[in-house]
Write a protein that binds this ligand. Sequence first.
Ligand code: HGY
Ligand code: MN
Ligand code: MN
Length: 393
Amino acid sequence: MWEDLRPIGLNPRSGGYLRSPFTSAERECAAWYVDQATRRDLSIDEDGQGNKIAWWRPEGATGKGVLVGSHLDSVDDGGAFDGPLGVVSSFAAIDALRAGGFTPQRPVGVAMFVAEEGSRFGVACLGSRLATGLTDPDVARELRDGDGVFLLDAMASAGLDPRLGRSDLLDRVELFVELHVEQGRDLVDRGTEVAVASASWAHGRWRFDFTGQPNHAGTTRMEDRRDPMLAYAMTVLAANKQARLGEARATFGRVSVKPNATNAIPSQVTGWLDARGADAGLVTGLVDTIARQAGERAARDGTSLQVTSESTSPTVVFDCPLSSRLVDILGAPLIPTGAGHDAAILQLAGIPSAMLFVRNPTGVSHSPEEFAETADCLAGVDALTRVLRELSA
Ligand code: HGY
Ligand code: MN
Ligand code: MN
């Protein structure tokens, strides 16, 4: 399965992946998913935003099912494992159960949630948020990517017949266990292969628009400038300082400049803040402080600032009985994550959800360096197989 996936969307220069939602590479990943499901005689349900569940419903397997799986889209130049490891491991776990002659008493589904990374349309976990009704389709209809392409147009040009909104796709789901590569160093520092997630940190994205006066880089005296780049630069440093002071995390990883010309003082600088912390209050306080300091600096420079919240998630504690059961089955540690996941969205929507993490020796993610050893990937499959055997019996 990995060999089939490996070349799809691979950026040969960086070794990272370009699988942005509803682009050809991501659609090739979706086709790979359909092929894998079809080879296993799984029946595929799909909702209006392209989320899919491939169901194993053997004779006698009735009622709501146990869902596993993850996402296949990536951040630009992301790693190979963030998302796909959960989907590959889910198919492999079904293979292992079948090879062992196991027949579940409840349906077992493998999910493929679309647009988890929020990298193209700005809202994290957009596919699962729409499917659960946590994001209003009217809001989603207004989303555009960096080139101004509307979500619906991107979906249509990728061959979907988009009908956004809460779907019945998840109505047949009893609980969800998402296996995911760890995006940090907890497991490698513990010397452990697999962990169970306790909670997903509160996190969100805010758009900072700094507006100034465009002018000539050579003829405009320094004292006559209203340069929005200055407040932006100060804000990046302020965010870093405030996050360190507040034991939170803040990142300006994306910026766009107009007109983005070497010899022109910008008219506008837009930076996107990703802020995270152990609880939502901490994150709100952090962003408020950063925005206040940014506004004060902009005012001093004769420029202006507008801050817009694009997507926020509270801290989500995964389903305790389910997570404790996984800890008992696997004897694995319970660790938090600073990353957002579809499992957190389903948990928020009332579907008992949990996560398994597989050791990443680099601790790096959202980067070509993201990695997981084959032995650890197999340990993850084994863990998921044991969990599925228990939960679907
Ligand atoms: O950004 C995140 O936390 C996740 O990887 N989508
Ligand atoms: Mn992910
Ligand atoms: Mn990710």
